[in-house]
Design a protein around this ligand. Structure first.
Ligand code: DX5
Ligand code: ZN
Length: 217
């Protein structure tokens, strides 16, 4: 399982997004948190910013849609050039169709689960998925405290994915830092989103190297 780090630009300076993307040349992905004031009590950015970012960096975009109507909007993020588009299980009404539309645009398709959402009901969806995102905080804001209660679900998800051939990535998002990342990796996560731990550091690139080392230990 190769470790991948996806720094969240939610913690970056929105007035200097191109520079902030350039500050993490060693990132595997750039995690883009799309929030709509409906699914979560916060508002961030949408398609025009994703289109602009796509041109400003060669790093693939990992779009995490925390929006109320992902069935309507998700395929457009894939069309805008996102390398990965993740929709929330709690919001999608037609996940099979939406995940297929994301893949049809050439992007990886992800399904996100809030801390209290179980993974087991989604087992039949695994063939439609390239990634499962397990929220390790309630979605909506950066800088929250990591929820240890999600670790057993990370373990169960890794086991489920293993039984289905091991192709699907397991991403954790929220409160991931040099201290919590080891427990996530040990439980079976292989893609790590980190906002404050990367962009809150004086050297974001070095922070990524540290996270990668801590996940591999
Ligand atoms: C929270 C977002 C996260 C957030 C993580 O709703 O989905 O991606 O940016 O930020 P940190 O790493 O600071 O918890
Ligand atoms: Zn996110």
């Amino acid at each position: 399982m190769a470790v991948q780090i996806s720094p969240s630009i939610l913690a970056a300076d929105f007035a200097r997004l191109a520079d902030e993307a350039a500050a993490v040349p060693n990132a595997d992905w750039l995690h883009v948190d799309v929030m709509d004031y409906h699914f979560v009590p916060n508002l961030t950015l949408g398609l025009p910013v994703v289109e602009a970012l796509r041109k400003a960096t060669a790093t693939p975009l990992d779009c995490h849609l925390m929006i109320a109507d992902p069935d309507r909007w998700a395929p457009q993020y894939a069309e805008a050039g996102a390398g990965s588009v993740t929709i929330h299980a709690e919001a999608a009404k037609a996940p099979v169709r939406t995940l297929r539309e994301i893949r049809a645009q050439g992007a990886r398709a992800g399904l996100a689960l809030n801390p209290a959402t179980a993974v087991e009901p989604y087992e039949d969806l695994l063939p439609e998925l390239d990634m499962l995102l397990l929220m390790t905080v309630e979605p909506g804001f950066g800088g929250q405290k990591f929820l240890d209660m999600v670790l057993p679900k990370v373990r169960r998800t890794r086991e489920l994915v293993r039984r289905h051939g091991g192709r699907i990535w397991v991403q954790v998002d929220g409160g991931v830092d040099a201290e919590t990342i080891g427990r996530c990796a040990e439980a079976g996560a292989d893609v790590f989103v980190a906002g404050s731990a990367v962009y809150g550091a004086s050297d974001p690139g070095a922070a990524i190297d540290e996270l990668r080392a801590a996940a591999t230990r």
